[in-house]
Design a protein around this ligand. Structure first.
Ligand SMILES: *Cc1c(COP(=O)(O)O)cnc(C)c1O
Length: 368
């Protein structure tokens, strides 16, 4: 049996007629950049996350950059990030010429460790970016308490956590703003690049919506130096269709995660992900920890099962940051886990037979 890591084609085929019609409308109305299709999406996406505002933009990285710019974060400032995240979270800070300060992950949930976060706060700290990694909300209460106690901003990187909940409330509501990505393989994926900022703060909304469009609110009048970070019309049209299915797809991801848990529970070597209290995990990725990872990956590949590693190198050890990484800050958990983590196939269209097959292949490997 061949099990891909993700299958974007299967999802497209399940909604093909609606998508094709939506794409045609963009041609018919010449709504190619920003405009009606992106605006319609903004309204729906804000509603889905129960926020007052949404600013659609060109990528998740752009969304992060826009929020940092809107907060006037710049040279001399420090922003705290987990080292266990996709590189873009830290990169956005560097794009503002501020300094990312890397913090280790919690050993159970893989998100930023709130206890270690407190130790990283200095007089220069302007913000903490909490990443809801793999689809699981970070430890929001602890992080909010820290942020308000030290008078610094909390920003949520929700790129992997569409419709994830903490105490029943969607992510994106807990900090000054939430940043989403619609990269094709994300839980809500465009057919190209896309991103969004959600916020309940009127000023952040005003600034990010202008900054994504050359700092302009009125055509050819520019209030700020910004960027061209607009969402294109095709992506807006596609996302308008796909958003309707997101809750259903999220249920399917959670069901698949439960199946994995059931089938993998008999294999002593495999550590399955833990769900944090009060959190609804949306399983952008299903990440296990395993011994002899490289051998297992090869075995699975030989059985036609594709896997991934998120991420093989923590941010502080990536080339642009490795020299500067402050000595004495302990990032052991992330360093150790980067050699053990393994992402198994998960996407809404994955069948129970396929999940069972993946588990059987893993079982066979450790029995041998
Ligand atoms: C995907 C991702 C981003 C960046 O989003 P792009 O749309 O690819 O720019 C940022 N942070 C995290 C955690 C991501 O997974």
């Amino acid at each position: 049996m061949k099990v891909p890591f993700v299958d974007l084609k299967a999802q497209y085929l399940s909604i093909k007629s609606e998508i094709d019609k939506a794409i045609q409308e963009v041609f018919d109305q010449s709504g190619f950049s920003g405009g009606h299709f992106a605006e319609a999406f903004e309204e729906k996406f804000a509603k889905a996350h129960q926020t007052k505002h949404c600013v659609a933009c060109s990528s998740g990285t752009a969304a992060l950059h826009l929020v940092l710019m809107a907060l006037d974060i710049g040279p001399g400032d420090e922003v705290i990030v987990p080292t266990n995240t996709f590189f873009a979270t830290a990169e956005a800070i560097s794009l503002c010429h501020a300094k990312p300060i890397f913090v280790d992950c919690d050993p159970h949930y893989y998100n930023i460790d709130p206890n270690k976060t407190e130790k990283a706060i200095t007089k220069k700290t302007k913000a903490i970016i909490a990443v809801h990694l793999y689809g699981q909300p970070a430890q929001i209460d602890e992080l909010r308490t820290l942020a308000s106690g030290f008078n610094i901003r909390l920003i949520e990187d929700c790129a992997q956590a569409h419709l994830a909940l903490y105490k029943g409330q969607p992510v994106g509501n807990f900090g000054i703003a939430g940043c989403f990505s619609f990269y094709p393989s994300k839980n809500l994926g465009a057919y190209g690049e896309g991103g969004a900022v959600v916020t309940n703060d009127g000023e952040i909304w005003e600034r990010t919506s202008a900054l994504r469009n050359h700092g302009s609110k009125q055509k050819y009048y520019h209030k700020y130096i910004g960027h061209n970070y607009r969402m294109d019309g095709f992506q807006g049209a596609v996302l308008n269709v796909k958003l309707k299915y997101l809750e259903d797809w999220t249920h399917k991801r959670r069901r698949i995660a439960n199946s994995y848990r059931k089938y993998l529970s008999e294999i002593e070597e495999v550590i399955v992900p833990e769900e944090a209290p009060m959190a609804r995990h949306v399983y952008h990725l299903f990440v296990v920890r395993v011994p002899q990872r490289e051998l297992l990956v090869n075995h699975l590949a030989s059985m036609q099962v594709s896997t991934g590693i998120h991420y093989p190198v923590p941010c502080h050890l990536q080339n642009p940051y490795v020299q500067e990484s402050r000595k004495g800050i302990n990032l052991n958990v992330s360093e150790q886990y980067s050699g053990q983590i393994l992402s198994l196939p998960i996407f809404p269209e994955l069948t129970d037979e396929e999940v069972q097959y993946v588990a059987e292949c893993i079982h066979a490997f450790y029995k041998a």
